[in-house]
Design a protein around this ligand. Structure first.
Ligand SMILES: [Zn+2]
Length: 257
C-alpha cells in the first residue's frame, strides 16, 4: 500500500517535471527551481525537490528522490546523498507565515526576470492569470540567492498575502492552496510577463493595458450553468472546473513514472 508520503512525493515530482514541460525551467535554467507541498497529515513538514542527483534537472526527478524538510528548512527525511534544494529557505519561511498555503513554487522564468530588471510593473495584458497582475505584485529588490533564514523571512514578508512575489533579476515565487494552483500561478504569471514584454517592445514603456473597468465587467458574470441556453444541458449543476491544461501536462510528464 502506498503511504501518504509516497503519494505526496509522486505529486511533487510530477509538479517539478511539469515546471520544465511548461518551459519555466529549460535550457540554461533546466536545473533551477523547485516545487514543494506540505504533508496533509503534518503541516510542519513539506516535500520538495532536493539536490545531489546524478543529472540534476527538474525534467528528470523521480518520486523517491524528493526530500522532506521542516519549517526551519532542515531535512528530516530523504534518500542518502541528497540535500534540500539550495533556496529551501524560500519555502520554509513562506510556510511559516502563510498557514493556508499548501504549496510553493520557485523558478527563474525568462520574461518575468527581464521585466523585473526593467522594473516595469506587470499589468493585465491577457485573460490568463489576469487576477495575478490586476494589482502591482510585490517585488523583492535583491538579486541574490535566498540562502539564509533572514533572506527567506524577507521574501515571505515581501510576499505578504499576495499569490506571487517577484525577485528582481532572479525569478519569482508563487503560492497556492494546492500544487496545481501554485504551478498554474507561475505558468500564468510568466504568460502575463511575456505579453507585457511584447507590448513593451511594440509600443514602449507606456503601452496600453486592459483597463480595470473592462476587467470588472467579468466580476459579476452569471454562472455558466445558469445561462438560458445551457441551463438544461448542465441540469442545474455548476460547470465542471476546467483543468484540462493541468491534466494534459500531468499526462505528458508521467509516462515513465
Ligand atoms: Zn532562485
Amino acid at each position: 500500500m502506498p503511504t501518504e508520503l509516497d503519494d505526496v512525493n509522486y505529486q511533487v515530482a510530477v509538479a517539478n517535471r511539469i515546471l520544465s514541460e511548461m518551459g519555466l525551467t529549460t535550457g540554461v535554467t533546466a536545473s533551477l527551481g523547485h516545487a514543494s507541498m506540505r504533508l496533509p497529515s503534518d503541516s510542519g513538514r513539506f516535500a520538495v525537490k532536493g539536490r545531489g542527483y546524478a543529472i540534476d534537472v527538474l525534467s528528470r526527478v523521480l518520486p523517491h528522490e524528493m526530500v522532506v524538510c521542516d519549517l526551519n528548512g532542515s531535512q528530516v527525511e530523504g534518500p542518502a546523498g541528497l540535500t534540500p534544494c539550495y533556496e529551501i529557505k524560500m519555502h520554509s519561511c513562506i510556510y511559516r507565515v502563510r498557514p493556508e498555503v499548501q504549496s510553493v513554487v520557485h523558478v527563474h522564468p525568462r520574461y518575468t526576470v527581464v521585466m523585473s530588471v526593467l522594473q516595469k510593473t506587470l499589468v493585465p495584458m491577457c485573460p490568463e492569470g489576469i487576477d495575478l497582475v490586476r494589482h502591482p505584485l510585490p517585488v523583492y529588490p535583491h538579486n541574490k540567492l535566498i540562502l539564509t533564514d533572514e533572506d527567506g523571512t524577507e521574501v515571505a514578508e515581501t510576499l505578504g498575502d499576495a499569490p506571487a512575489v517577484l525577485l528582481l533579476g532572479h525569478g519569482a515565487a508563487t503560492v497556492g492552496k494546492d500544487l496545481i494552483q501554485s504551478v498554474m500561478n507561475m505558468f500564468q504569471l510568466e504568460e502575463q510577463a511575456r505579453m507585457n514584454w511584447y507590448a513593451y517592445c511594440a509600443a514602449g514603456p507606456n503601452h496600453a493595458q486592459i483597463p480595470e473597468n473592462l476587467i470588472a465587467e467579468s466580476d459579476n458574470r452569471p454562472p455558466i450553468h445558469e445561462l438560458p441556453h445551457l441551463a438544461e444541458l448542465f441540469g442545474g449543476s455548476p460547470a465542471p472546473v476546467n483543468n484540462g491544461v493541468w491534466l494534459d501536462y500531468v499526462d505528458r510528464v508521467s509516462k515513465d513514472l
